[in-house]
Design a protein around this ligand. Structure first.
Ligand code: TNX
Length: 487
């Protein structure tokens, strides 16, 4: 069945259907890629060839045409379907990549199958003109509590980019484990990336620098910027197990694989602390082409307020020395931040003086309220996986809020964007991660991309239903939320 032109997640900014018009891809279809669009054209062909079984050769007058027009602006695109074919125009290569994602969703669901399907590949006619509301549209994956392999991280990336997500925040370190090789402090991974360092003794796992660089490159090919997080001054038990000199008394703590938080702290008054942080940030920055370094800063209950401020004030210049822009969980706003610093709001309270105060001084905010955007919260009381400290988060709850209304003093222009974190204490596999992310990640992604006025729960419910068959074709696990009439 041919889809309606606007039947896409995230809903586009402007949709002008031409109801009498459609176009069908067939074995004669060829593809024209203007200069600068070749790489995105390869993504499109990789998406279309398996299920259609067609060769889709390149030609000068293809029915599928890709081109760039900078006048559209960054990340924007235009997609026109006429009787003669499909024209995809990107304001830049990222925008063109988003046009490809939209075209995929406009084709029948079988386009996601891995082998040739006997389907009429018909696309509805008309024009879509689209651009993002926010520049930061993120997902976060906690690879510290449960380690996800390089292949699993790539698979998760593949599953989120259809929703025009453009940042992957990796929570690389926590009390349980340390997941990124640091040459100057090799025991971090030799000891705390070893067997049994996942929650409940799962594991082992860490990324070598080459493996991490592979993730960063794979993400970049999909227009996704990796944001590495080294969480401090709390959440550091794994670092202290490896290097007891990072504790107050120099005695190694016991390794911990339980779910408690807020019990470990780097020592604000010790110079070793800052030598360690400077080395780690320098090495992480060297692996990071993107602008951001996330320094955590959350749940530092084992750090006095004064030590917390001392620590953050000493660490912010170390980030600046790497040339990167600091991001921290919103607790970081306890100190006056440099203008380029970004806070990430995660709590469930309806106000936060620190985040609002920093915003008033010009610090941008990433919105990730736990009661709306945390993909690790249970959907409902009977959800087998997940936590519920922020309440349960149904698909409707994940969708029916707006980041510009979330905190007084933090409006549209204060927002860098929106992100959906997935903490992994209860997860043991990629399938577990998928069940928690899908279908709520598309809800948060629509909030991050689509104009506020274009969003509507009833419309979203209907569009979401159509994703079920696509995920089944791709072998992606998802939660069959009862409020959706799944196709
Ligand atoms: C709070 S949110 C945490 C994490 C936990 C998460 C579980 C935040 C910045 N810190 O340490 O994994 O809750 O939902």
């Amino acid at each position: 069945m041919t889809k309606a032109l606007g039947d896409v997640i995230p809903v586009p900014a402007s949709v002008r259907p031409a109801p009498a018009v459609s176009w069908t891809l067939d074995s004669y279809t060829s593809v024209s890629a203007a200069p600068g669009t070749e790489k995105v054209a390869e993504h499109l062909l990789a998406a279309l060839r398996p299920a259609t079984g067609h060769v889709l050769p390149r030609s000068d007058d293809g029915a599928i045409r890709l081109r760039l027009d900078a006048a559209l602006g960054p990340e924007a695109y235009r997609l026109e379907v006429s009787t003669g074919g499909v024209e995809l125009t990107g304001g830049d290569p990222a925008g063109l990549f988003y046009a490809v994602q939209t075209l995929r969703q406009l084709l029948p669901a079988e386009i996601e199958a891995g082998t040739p399907q006997d389907v009429a590949w018909t696309v509805p006619g008309g024009v879509i003109e689209d651009r993002p509301r926010f520049g930061y549209r993120g997902v976060m994956l906690d690879v510290a509590r449960h380690f996800f392999t390089v292949a699993e991280v790539k698979a998760y990336l593949d599953q989120v980019v259809p929703f025009k997500v453009n940042h992957l925040h990796l929570h690389l370190t926590d009390d349980q484990g340390w997941r990124l090789e640091i040459d100057s402090w090799p025991k971090l991974t030799a000891i705390s990336g070893g067997a049994g360092t996942g929650v409940d003794g799962a594991g082992p796992g860490f990324y070598t620098k080459d493996q991490y660089a592979d993730i960063v490159a794979y993400a970049a090919e999909r227009f996704v910027t990796v944001v590495p997080e080294i969480d401090m001054p709390g959440h550091v038990n794994a670092a202290q197990v490896a290097y007891p000199e990072l504790t107050a008394d120099g005695i190694a703590p016991e390794p911990r694989t339980d779910l408690e938080v807020g019990y470990s702290s780097l020592v604000a008054g010790k110079e070793e602390t800052y030598a360690f942080v400077a080395d780690v940030l320098r090495e992480v920055a060297a692996l990071t082409p993107g602008p951001y370094l996330h320094i955590g800063g959350d749940e530092a209950q084992a750090t006095t307020a004064e030590d917390y401020r001392t620590f953050i004030e000493r660490v912010l210049p170390l980030v600046a020395a790497t040339g990167k822009r600091p991001v921290g969980w919103h607790e970081m706003a306890a100190v006056e931040l440099p203008p380029d610093a970004v806070t990430q709001y995660w709590r469930i309270e309806a106000t936060d003086a620190g985040t609002a105060g920093a915003a008033a001084r010009g610090n941008k905010v990433i919105m990730s309220p736990a009661d709306r955007s945390y993909l690790d919260m249970k959907y409902a009381a009977d959800t087998p996986l997940g936590l519920d400290w922020a309440g349960t988060v149904s698909v409707e709850r994940a969708y029916s809020w707006d980041p510009a209304d979330r905190l007084p003093g933090v409006g549209e222009s204060d927002l860098l964007g929106v992100a959906a974190p997935l903490w992994s204490e209860t997860l043991r596999s990629l399938a577990d991660a998928q069940v928690m992310a899908f279908p709520r990640l598309p809800a948060v992604a629509e909030i991050a991309w689509s104009p506020r006025a274009a969003r509507d729960w009833e419309s979203f419910r209907r569009r979401l239903a159509g994703l079920g068959p696509r995920w089944r074709h791709r072998g992606v696990a998802f939660h069959p939320a009862p409020e959706i009439d799944w196709a």
